[in-house]
Design a protein around this ligand. Structure first.
Ligand code: EPZ
Length: 420
């Protein structure tokens, strides 16, 4: 069983430079989008994380051929050999649902396992399904699988009843090859959605309004190959900004896009950290001795990202005062609280709110990570807890962070992966 062992130090100061990897949540839809053409797609700056391996396993089952050289993926699906994404792969990564739209658009058929719930909530996909039905797909749910058929998707107007990143991405890919014009309203504004639009446009899609609430897609008959660069991972960058602020350290982050982190940077600055934009893709964070408490409410981009909630909550356990953290996106994204409490944090939950009372000195313990971002929060906690922290469930970490132990070690942390 793999675990992460951290020798914590309440006076740790992380210092140095860290290169931020490509965004997991941008590369997954980009890989799915490669299904839309028989030509070669080259994706640069991909993160070598477990979720990429998982979706590439799905793609291989569908008929894709690919190779990775350094951090560049070249992938091509000359023919769709199968249109089924199996349960064991979808269960491993719910983002596999992103093959639904492209498969329907390219191949007219798709059988994708229904992703179950996960540690951060029920996570339905009703908005994906109803929207594709509006485009003419006939979809049934049988034995835990989504069975979808569409000889030709037809452009129409779709107004998402709530902002959905995956739903927007699935429909963008489906609409790119549909007949006629599709108007998508109440779209997600996340940078990863914009990065997908850029890729689709390079492939020949006709898209207007990327990055706004309303995106218009004029379907085309065929899409072609291209080369595209995946944007930096704003959540990895946010995690390292918190690490620097938390440890009163001095960390320079390179290969970032600071403009994707405005709300996180603003909250860190009001908590007392100093964050300087060194040049267009480099930011420097310096922590302070006095951390001021902050209330945060997660919301769709450009609001405070839900994927930064767990990391920021840990940060607030070291603030001098009370912080209220409200999670509005997912219905159960507080699994890290029990584990942080085992380290000595003082956090009470009232519905979608967590009341964090700081400053609490943390002491190391054996703990369990349950989802990707919770595990990042627990790692940060272990860094500043006195004594040793052993983290179980580390497979979650590898899903979305490329070589995080190595990156933290280079900044002065005593962290290692052990086999027990
Ligand atoms: C994406 O998930 C990200 N994953 C998540 O990051 C991120 O937390 C989330 O967007 C933020 O909104 C990837 O991009 C691979 P949603 P996604 O559809 O697309 C509800 C991480 O740690 N909803 O935007 O699955 C849903 O339950 C992961 O990197 C419906 O009700 O999220 C949630 O409450 C975690 N019906 C809200 O909308 C639907 O059909 C936002 O979900 C779809 C979504």
């Amino acid at each position: 069983m793999e675990k992460i062992r951290i020798r914590g130090n309440p006076n740790l100061q992380l210092k140095g430079e860290v290169r931020i990897s490509g965004a997991k949540n941008a590369v997954l839809p980009a890989i799915a989008a490669s299904l839309l053409t028989a030509d070669k797609i080259k994706l640069k700056n991909i993160p070598l994380v477990k979720d990429v391996t998982t979706i590439l396993t799905v793609m291989r089952e569908l008929g894709s051929k690919y190779f990775i050289r350094k951090n560049t993926l070249t992938i091509q699906t000359k023919r769709i050999l199968s249109h089924e994404a199996s349960y064991e792969l979808v269960r491993a990564m719910r983002a596999s649902i992103l093959v639904l739209g492209p498969l329907l658009a390219r191949h007219g058929k798709a059988v994708v396992a229904l992703p179950g719930g996960c540690a951060i909530g029920s996570r339905p996909i009703d908005l994906h399904i109803h929207s594709l039905e509006k485009m003419g797909a006939s979809i049934t749910l049988e034995h835990g699988y989504i069975k979808a058929q569409a000889d030709q998707l037809i452009g129409t107007e779709i107004d998402f009843e709530k902002k959905t990143v995956g739903g927007t991405e699935n429909l963008l890919m489906a609409a790119s090859l549909a007949k006629g014009r599709t108007v998508l309203k109440n779209c997600a504004l996340e940078p990863e959605v914009v990065n997908l639009c850029e890729l689709l446009e390079k492939m020949g899609a006709k898209i207007e309004g990327a990055g706004t609430d309303t995106i218009v897609v004029n379907g085309v008959k065929e899409l072609g190959g291209t080369t595209h660069t995946i944007i930096p991972d704003r959540i990895e960058a946010g995690t390292f900004l918190v690490a620097g602020a938390l440890t009163k350290g001095d960390i320079t982050l390179t290969h970032t896009m600071p403009q994707h982190l405005d709300t996180v940077i603003e909250k860190l600055q009001t908590s007392g950290a100093s964050i300087e934009r060194v040049k267009n893709n480099t930011i420097r964070v310096k922590g302070t001795s006095e951390i001021r408490p902050q209330d945060i409410t997660t919301s769709p981009y450009p609001g405070f990202p839900t994927d930064m909630q767990a990391q920021f909550m840990l940060f607030m356990t070291q603030a001098s005062g009370t912080s209220i953290i409200t999670e509005t996106i997912f219905d159960r994204r507080f699994s890290h609280i029990n584990e942080l409490s085992r380290l000595g944090a003082n956090i009470e939950v009232y519905g979608d709110k967590a009341i964090v009372k700081g400053k609490t000195l943390l002491s190391g313990a054996e703990i369990l990570a349950t989802d990707l971002r919770a595990s990042a929060s627990l790692v940060l906690a272990g860094l500043i807890a006195s004594g040793e922290t052993l983290i179980n469930g580390v497979e979650h970490l590898a899903r979305g962070y490329e070589r995080i132990e190595e990156k933290l070690k280079n900044l002065g942390a005593h962290i290692e992966r052990i086999e027990t």
